[in-house]
Design a protein around this ligand. Structure first.
Ligand code: PLP
Length: 435
């Protein structure tokens, strides 16, 4: 029997010998060993525990090892572990029913995928086929996934080496802290960002544009909550030119903002909604597209030319049913809203007053960013070396952070408690002071 530290060493060695990691040069990798978790905590084999303020890849909304979800997966595995997508399956139907129940009126159908990228891939396919148009507009500073069209729709460095798909055009969205529009207020940012978008639509040839694809709140790109009126304004532009609106709720959806969908409260109804992560907190890989009735009707008589062996996989479906039921009955979305408004927001703002290095604090629910700067006046981003040191220090102090570019994303599970937040804020405070 190997001891705890021995198992950590074995895990690390096996990983380094045989596992090829995402988005990385492989040689210098030194991945953290995680052996178990519960709620807001994870630990290694030796018993070293971390407060998980990353929710892994911002997906474990319900927390680690929720017993109802684990049991539902176990029970479904005993009943029927897998089945072809062309069959009708009770658990799959129950999962789809619960998902559309959170969508606006006029959405009755779900196409299940394996994750978020292929959700966007299929939303783009649906939009192109429904409209008979080709182009897809999406914003710089966005992430939509790693597959063909999704990665080219993405607006960060990861698009550049992957530009195989055609018909994608990018535009700038609102981001007041680093405004592309010389705006000095949210109202100006909204008006100018919408003007810019409409000019791009016209310049690209509006009649050839199938869809505008947007994260309701860009997540990995920096948790930029859109200023009032922006999403409704995009909807109006779409309506003026017969363009579909796809809202990517993969990261922001299913409770992270303290609402079931991030677009709720923005006075906007999209045509297609993509989801993944929070729908079952990633206990089994799954994603999907929620399809408006009008678009779904296009494929009543016409073949939808898309499919996946694991579309609506029963283990994923069972985990969705249990996750959404538990989130509802345990008030988990309300918890995210309350903790965000009453605890995380005020605590991070007071960190912002104390530490010169924090240029901006923004977010809602359990979806916050601390934007770190070398100089508050110029807003020059804190250099990568300092961010690396900060990440290391946070880990050493027992907090698993989400660090992206010059930002710390404060993104705990939606079940986070006031005490967890107090503990985390103390750790952020100490690490920022030590910078
Ligand atoms: C907004 C958004 N869309 C799509 C994706 C891609 O999801 P997946 O990694 O499950 O393919 C992500 C992943 O982080 C995301 O944040």
């Amino acid at each position: 029997m190997t001891d705890g530290p021995g198992l950590d060493a074995l895990t690390h060695d096996l990983d380094r010998a045989h596992v090829f990691h995402s988005w990385s040069a492989q040689a210098a990798l030194d991945p953290l060993v995680i052996a178990g978790g519960l709620g807001t905590r994870v630990w290694d084999h030796a018993g070293r525990t971390y407060l998980d303020f990353s929710s892994q890849l911002v997906n474990v909304n319900i927390g680690h090892q929720h017993p109802a979800v684990v049991n539902a997966i176990r029970e479904q595995a005993e009943l029927l572990a897998t089945i072809a997508p062309s069959t009708a399956n009770l658990t799959r139907g129950e999962a789809a029913k619960r998902i559309v129940a959170r969508a606006p009126e006029g959405f009755s159908k779900v196409f299940f995928t394996n994750g978020g990228a292929d959700a966007n891939e299929n939303a783009i396919r649906l939009a192109r086929l429904h409209t008979g148009r080709d182009k897809v507009l999406s914003r710089y500073r966005s992430y939509h996934g790693n597959t063909g069209a999704a990665i080219v729709a993405t607006g960060d460095w990861r698009r550049i080496p992957n530009e195989y798909a055609r018909g994608h055009v990018h535009f700038f969205g609102p981001y007041l802290y680093r405004s592309e529009f010389w705006a000095t207020s949210p109202e100006e940012e909204t008006a100018r960002a919408l003007h810019h978008l409409e000019r791009v639509v016209q310049a690209e040839g509006a009649s050839g544009i199938a869809a505008i694809l947007l994260e309701s709140i860009p997540g990995t790109a920096g948790i930029m909550v859109p200023p009032p009126g922006y999403l409704a304004g995009v909807r109006a532009i779409c309506d003026r030119y017969g363009i579909l609106l796809i809202l990517d709720e993969v990261m922001a959806g299913f409770g992270r903002t303290g609402r079931w969908f991030a677009f709720h409260g923005h006075d906007v109804v999209p045509d297609l909604i993509t989801f993944a992560k929070g729908v079952n907190s990633g206990y089994v890989p799954v994603g999907g597209v929620i399809i408006s009735d009008e678009i779904a009707a296009t494929f009543d008589e016409r073949v939808f030319p898309g499919g996946l062996t694991y579309s609506g996989h029963p283990l994923a479906a069972a985990s969705i049913v249990a996750t959404l039921d538990a989130m509802e009955s345990e008030g988990i979305v309300e918890n995210a809203r309350r903790v965000g408004a009453e605890v995380i927001g005020p605590a991070l703002r007071s960190l912002g007053e104390k530490h010169e290095v924090i240029g901006e604090v923004r977010g809602e629910g359990v979806f916050w960013a601390l934007e770190l700067v070398a100089d508050r006046a110029t807003r020059e981003p804190l250099p990568a070396a300092a961010m690396g040191a900060l990440k290391k220090d946070l880990l050493a102090r027992g907090l698993l952070p989400f660090v992206q570019d010059n930002r710390i994303h404060v993104v705990p599970p939606c079940v986070v408690t006031d005490d967890d937040v107090a503990e985390a804020v103390e750790i952020y405070d100490a690490a920022l002071a030590a910078l």
